[in-house]
Design a protein. Structure first.
Length: 133
């Protein structure tokens, strides 16, 4: 059976920091695996070869690229998370926007509460909550 897992490649050796932050956002999320480069690896010692973690129960993989590429993260590809409540939406939006940037502020855009941010690493997040009332 095929398996689709989002993959985030970090270029500033901060995959571990991002992964720890992401897994702290929602209850039940955790780091599932974390393989690091040793002294003999092609990447700097201690950086992430390949790691897997969960966000909102969804598996996500990440690594630290030891090659500097001519691209970064882009909002054209986002992680879309539907939260259980507007309170959770606001909390997650504020946490992710801290040090990042807002693409669409929290508001009701006719399809329910929604916000879109780039986090401090440049990863794009679209966040929504069910319509209440």
């Amino acid at each position: 059976m095929a398996d689709l897992v989002p993959f985030l490649m970090f270029q500033k050796r901060d995959a571990a920091e991002a992964m720890e932050f992401y897994t702290s956002l929602l209850p039940g999320d955790s780091v599932l695996s974390d393989q690091r480069y040793g002294a003999e690896g092609p990447g700097p010692e201690g950086t992430v070869v390949l790691a897997e973690f969960t966000v909102a129960g969804q598996r996500v993989r990440c690594s630290d690229s030891f090659v500097k590429h001519q691209f970064e993260f882009t909002p054209s590809m986002s992680l879309f998370v539907t939260l259980d409540s507007e309170a959770d939406l606001k909390r997650l939006f504020e946490a992710l926007a801290d040090g990042g940037g807002t693409l669409m502020p929290l508001d009701d855009y006719g399809f329910g509460p929604f916000g879109w941010v780039n986090d401090r690493w440049g990863v794009s997040w679209q966040l929504s909550a069910p319509v209440t009332g």
